[in-house]
Design a binder for this molecule. Structure first.
Ligand SMILES: Nc1nc2c(ncn2[C@@H]2O[C@H](COP(=O)(O)OP(=O)(O)OP(=O)(O)O)[C@@H](O)[C@H]2O)c(=O)[nH]1
Length: 192
């Protein structure tokens, strides 16, 4: 029987400006409900088993405190993290502009040219307050070789899709189905 211990583990960090709906999106994903009230997050971790293309993954989702242009990203945002979900609200141009800033800080800190990442435009149910067009989100994602989707945690639209896309981005770069390279006879390394 499959237990959590023998599932493939994937650690996903959720970042973005304050109050864009990171916690609400995670709560809807993990517990299937939505809360109107706002409680700023310090940091929380959630776990959920997710089926992606027939394989079960033990996903650890890290809900971070909202960032601004002065926030420092450090080892806890990079070490051991397999993929990123960067969230802006479609009702906030400022939160959209923060995505590139956070993305650049991450690639700088990780010392890579791109990272497995999904850019998420949240709160689409608030259509009359929209400040960011879908085409702008799509373009930003293309520029950064990331996936993109718009969601509403309130209306439960595309929330599961965010994590499917994130696993897709992670697996694209490091396919877990890739067979292990067999050791050549006579070249076995033994640690005594
Ligand atoms: N209408 C609507 N409101 C939302 C949605 N998602 C979140 N909210 C509201 O936006 C506010 C902030 O949501 P949070 O999920 O706490 O935001 P956060 O990004 O985790 O905030 P920080 O912890 O400060 O980083 C709350 O009042 C939520 O109810 C959504 O999809 N639609």
């Amino acid at each position: 029987m499959a237990t959590r211990d023998n599932l493939k583990k994937r650690k996903i960090a959720v970042l973005g400006s304050r109050s864009v709906g990171k916690s609400s999106m995670i709560l809807q994903f993990i517990e299937n409900h939505f809360m109107e009230s706002y409680y700023p997050t310090i940091e929380s971790t959630f776990v959920k088993t997710v089926n992606y293309k027939g394989t079960e993954y033990d996903c650890e989702v890290i809900d971070t405190a909202g960032q601004d242009e002065y926030s420092l990203l450090g080892p806890k945002h990079a070490i051991g993290i397999h993929g990123y979900v960067l969230v802006y609200s479609v009702t906030s141009r400022k939160s959209f502009d923060m995505i590139q800033i956070v993305y650049d800080k991450l690639i700088d800190f990780c010392g890579v040219t791109d990272i497995p990442c999904v850019i998420v435009g949240s709160k689409t149910d608030l259509s009359s307050s929209r400040q960011v067009d879908p085409s702008e989100g799509e373009r930003l994602a293309q520029t950064n070789k990331a996936a993109w989707v718009e969601t509403s945690a309130k209306a439960n639209v595309n929330v599961g899709e965010v994590f499917q896309l994130c696993l897709a981005e992670i697996e694209k770069r490091a396919p877990s189905s890739q067979p292990e390279v067999p050791a050549r006879p006579g070249r076995i390394c033994r640690i005594m």
